[in-house]
Write a protein that binds this ligand. Structure first.
Ligand code: SAM
Length: 254
């Protein structure tokens, strides 16, 4: 039977309320970082602007309130034993981790995604940012077992830090999203297929239902389809949803 992939245009704070309680097997979220400035996050010594998306602009209090709300709703829709993955930079990951602990999620791992081809630091006043952070947590109140496909992680995940056939470490070396995955249009923070492939392969089963409340260019949905899982993706901006739809409609799924 073919899997189903539902892309919803809207604000996840509203759209999550329409999802049935305890119906989701795995959530992957790549939420706003809260780092954009009204005039863009500029570089002191150059005209380059890295992020000036309106969806990323919050006051401190608004940002905390927003994170509490979408994570609480995510917990409601997640099955017992379901996995919750969240990806972020140092700007938001500590707050997200704090909220997960506060809401009684069980944290299984933090994973460092090392980017071997990250941009240099042009200020020369700090270390070069070359990673993002992931937290893998589970809804564990009823002690239901979570999915961990141990043999797949050993045999189907490989990089310069993780030899095939060995236990996979929690540091993953994955290059920035390659150009060939951006054929359907520009999204400023499109995640590489390989990152989602590892997450979905390791912590869900075929035919499971996967939810991404900030689906952007649709990477989560594309990989869910590739790995024979069902998916729901929510995205506020029509221009990004159009990219996600285009990617999902392709048969080679890149
Ligand atoms: C960091 S990006 C996610 C990128 C995605 N992982 C990908 O591979 O393309 C965050 C996305 O969330 C969307 N967004 C921000 N706030 C939202 C909200 N309240 N509800 C739904 N989508 C939202 C933004 O438009 C943006 O596309």
């Amino acid at each position: 039977m073919q899997t189903k992939h539902n892309l919803i245009q809207g604000d996840c704070l509203e759209e999550l309320k329409n999802i049935t309680e305890e119906s989701i097997d795995l959530i992957f979220a790549d939420p706003p970082y809260g780092l954009a400035k009204k005039k863009g996050l500029g570089w002191k010594y150059s005209k380059h602007i890295t992020l000036e998306e309106t969806w990323d602009i919050f006051s401190k209090d608004e940002f905390f309130d927003f994170n509490i709300k979408w994570i609480t709703e995510s917990m409601r829709v997640l099955k017992h034993g379901g996995s919750f993955w969240v990806c972020g930079s140092f700007h938001n990951i500590y707050q997200l981790g704090f909220i997960l602990q506060h809401l009684d999620f069980k944290i299984n791992n933090s994973v460092v995604w090392f980017k071997p081809n990250a941009q240099p630091n042009i200020t020369c006043r700090m270390f070069t940012e070359s990673c993002e952070h992931l937290i893998w947590a589970v809804k564990n109140h009823s002690k239901t077992k979570w999915t961990f496909n141990y043999q797949d992680t050993k045999n189907k995940i490989e990089d310069q830090l993780n030899p095939r056939g060995k236990q996979t470490r929690n540091v993953w070396s994955i290059p920035l999203t390659p150009k060939k995955e951006k054929w359907a249009g520009e999204h400023p923070t499109q995640k590489p297929i390989e990152l989602l492939r590892r997450i979905i392969l390791a912590s869900s089963k075929e035919k499971d239902l996967i939810l991404d409340p900030f689906v952007g260019s649709g990477t989560t949905s594309v990989v869910a389809k590739m790995l024979n899982r069902n998916s729901i993706g929510i995205e506020k901006e029509n221009k990004y949803l159009a990219i996600a739809k285009k990617r999902l409609s392709q048969s080679n799924l890149i």
